[in-house]
Write a protein that binds this ligand. Structure first.
Ligand code: KIV
Ligand code: NA
Length: 278
């Protein structure tokens, strides 16, 4: 039913066809993204920042992702949907991780999951793939570990870091991941990783050498996101501004009795009006 699958994605990498990915969190965002021809939708835990108003992804729960995934799945029935496993839902044990992943698949109706981390999570990646669930890796800046990393910093700037990223990428491919998100990685390192792997890399703030790109919905359209002005984001519209001025106009119309106007009202039969007012 989906236009894309992980076999076709690998083929697209081979043929040099870039993959477009965008986050979505509800029915309308998913529907519009699908209509616009996006390759893949991510129900990202960036949900915490741009939809729920938290200042990190750490408070996002499995229930939150399941709830929003269901809405996205209803809005984009023909698009390959990936959901994030949230903070600390895949670290206690493999079996507990698989229970959460089962919920995303069976209750959230997504087609794949994304896990942050490199070689250290390869056991969970292997077990998930063995269960028939495609896994998208995510290395570089991993926001769930922001307190460990010490901020939202660019990764891969020195040789040790670059080497570690390359090793993590290879470990994820070995473990069976179908692709890897590279977040805030220098262009040189992201390009080298993309060339080394046979699975597609999907970059965000990772330069031009990646096999695909991903952006956060609210950043792309400037929809009340505090992050749209970041260097790695390209904004295509000011939808937040459009919504604000529309609501301002509505408020002004109500205050000035310009709304409702004649075309918005319903009329009763004249005889009823006569009976009411005499
Ligand atoms: O949650 C998210 O939106 C993400 C992307 C930025 C890759 O993980
Ligand atoms: Na995320």
């Amino acid at each position: 039913k989906q236009a894309l699958n992980i076999v076709k994605m690998k083929k697209m990498k081979k043929e040099g066809i870039p993959l477009s990915m965008l986050t979505a969190y509800d029915y309308p965002s998913a529907k519009i993204a699908e209509e616009a021809g996006i390759d893949m939708i991510l129900v990202g835990d960036s949900l915490g920042n741009v939809v729920l108003g938290y200042d990190s992804t750490i408070p996002v729960t499995l229930d939150d992702i399941v709830y929003h995934s269901r809405a996205v799945a209803r809005g984009a029935e023909h698009t390959f949907i990936v959901a994030d496993m949230p903070f600390m839902t895949y670290h206690s044990s493999v079996s507990e991780s698989l229970q959460g992943i089962r919920r995303l698949m069976q209750e959230g109706h997504v087609h794949a999951v994304k896990l942050e981390g490199g070689a250290e999570i390869s056991d969970v990646v292997k077990a998930t793939v063995r269960a028939g669930v495609p896994v998208l890796g995510h290395i570089g800046l991993t926001p769930q570990a922001v307190n460990q990393i010490g901020g939202y910093r660019i990764q891969g700037k020195d040789e040790a870091d670059a080497r570690r990223l390359m090793e993590d990428a290879k470990a994820l491919e070995q473990a069976g991941a179908f692709g890897i998100v590279l977040e805030l990685v220098t262009e040189e390192v992201a390009t080298a990783i993309s060339k080394e792997l046979s699975i597609p890399t999907i970059g965000i703030g990772a330069g031009r050498g990646c096999d695909g790109q991903v952006l956060v919905y609210h950043d792309l359209i400037q929809y009340a996101s505090p992050y749209y002005s970041k260097r790695f984001v390209k904004t295509y519209a000011d939808v937040g501004g459009l919504i604000r001025s529309s609501i301002e106009q509505y408020v002004s119309d109500v205050k000035g009795r310009a709304f409702p106007a004649e075309e918005h009202v319903f009329s009763t039969d004249d005889r009823v009006v006569e009976a009411l007012y005499g």
